[in-house]
Write a protein that binds this ligand. Structure first.
Ligand code: GLV
Length: 328
């Protein structure tokens, strides 16, 4: 008897941990080995013959790709966000889409809080100052920063990561406000959070941290008018998506000194070009989209992506499915 035909899968990058080894024992696997993403034409070509794709945020899964991939049944994104994927187009073709929520919540909030602290207390500037040989004496006015305890943190979005950020801020003695479509009364009671409207959030927050997915509604959520409505000297932390902020308006607000600073793990575009004005601003702390980047978490994300893909290829609903209506 001929051996059963194994599904064909293309993975757009090497992933940490044991997940790809496990996948390779069950499917015909091809992995793009480069550090940089596969060029678009390579992705289209690879997608042509496969049943499943494991993708990253850098891989655009859109109608032209789906049209080139007639046997595709599952797309599994190694990320909680999936703004790189046209989910509607996938659903219309019966293609299941998976993502990796939950496993990266605490890790991402850790990093968002690290950015908050690093920005407020000028940690990166301090390091550069010492390395440059500029440290001549203890000084009462050297590298003065902002305090976190007693300050107000405004959260845009109170999903899993926003809530994890709220817990950290509560532990640091901050007052926490949030703006969200959904009230979270249990969290409000537990952590003393207050749900406010956009205007109040912007006017009262000393620090604003973004925790919303990128959707048509959140695109440029923090625009010129919103930046102008922020408290003078307030600081922004963004670990969500660069496009949630109007970056040109942000550069203006920072350059004018209306905002005290910004810590950005995400930008538009990514990577940030070396001539970006953000790179010239001393009150900006930048990171290359690494909020979930711990050894453990990236291994768990890879494993979850493989579980999602294998389930979909077997006709089961992936444990973490973005279009579960396909399995009703
Ligand atoms: C990273 O940005 C993710 O969505 O997991």
């Amino acid at each position: 008897m001929a051996p059963p035909v194994r599904p064909r899968v293309f993975v757009t990058r090497k992933l940490p941990g044991e997940a790809l080894g496990r996948l390779g024992r069950q499917v015909e696997l091809r992995v793009w080995e480069d550090e940089l993403p596969p060029p678009r034409e390579v992705l289209l070509e690879e997608a042509r013959g496969v049943d499943g794709l494991i993708t990253l945020l850098t891989d655009r899964v859109d109608e032209p790709l789906l049209a080139a991939a007639p046997s595709l049944r599952a797309v599994s994104n190694v990320a909680v966000g999936y703004d790189n994927i046209d989910v509607g187009a996938c659903s219309a073709r019966g293609i299941a889409v998976g993502n990796t929520p939950g496993v990266l919540t605490e890790t991402t909030a850790d990093f968002a809080f690290a950015l908050l602290m690093g920005l407020a207390r000028r940690v990166v500037e301090a390091d550069a100052y010492v390395r440059a040989g500029r440290w001549r004496t203890w000084s009462p006015t050297l590298l003065l920063g902002a305090e976190l305890h007693g300050a107000t943190l405004g959260l845009v979005g109170l999903g899993k990561i926003g809530a994890a950020m709220a817990r950290r801020a509560h532990g640091f003695g901050m007052r926490v406000l949030y703006f969200s479509r959904h009230a979270r009364p249990a969290l409000e009671a537990e952590l003393g959070l207050r749900r406010v409207d956009k205007a109040t959030l912007l006017a009262e927050s000393d620090f604003l941290s973004l925790h919303v997915p990128l959707t048509p509604e959140t695109r440029h959520w923090l625009g010129r008018a919103e930046l102008a409505a922020m408290k003078p000297g307030a600081m922004l932390v963004n670990t969500a998506r660069g496009t949630v902020v109007d970056q040109d308006a942000l550069v203006e607000a920072l350059s004018r000194g209306h905002l005290g600073g910004a810590a950005l793990d995400v930008t538009e575009p990514e990577p940030l070009p070396m001539d970006s004005p953000l790179l010239k601003l001393p009150n900006v702390l930048l990171a290359p989209h690494i909020a979930s980047a711990s050894h453990v978490t990236r291994g768990r994300m890879a494993s979850m992506a493989v579980d999602n893909l294998l389930a979909a290829l077997e006709g089961r609903r992936p444990p973490h499915c973005v279009n579960p209506e396909l399995f009703k």
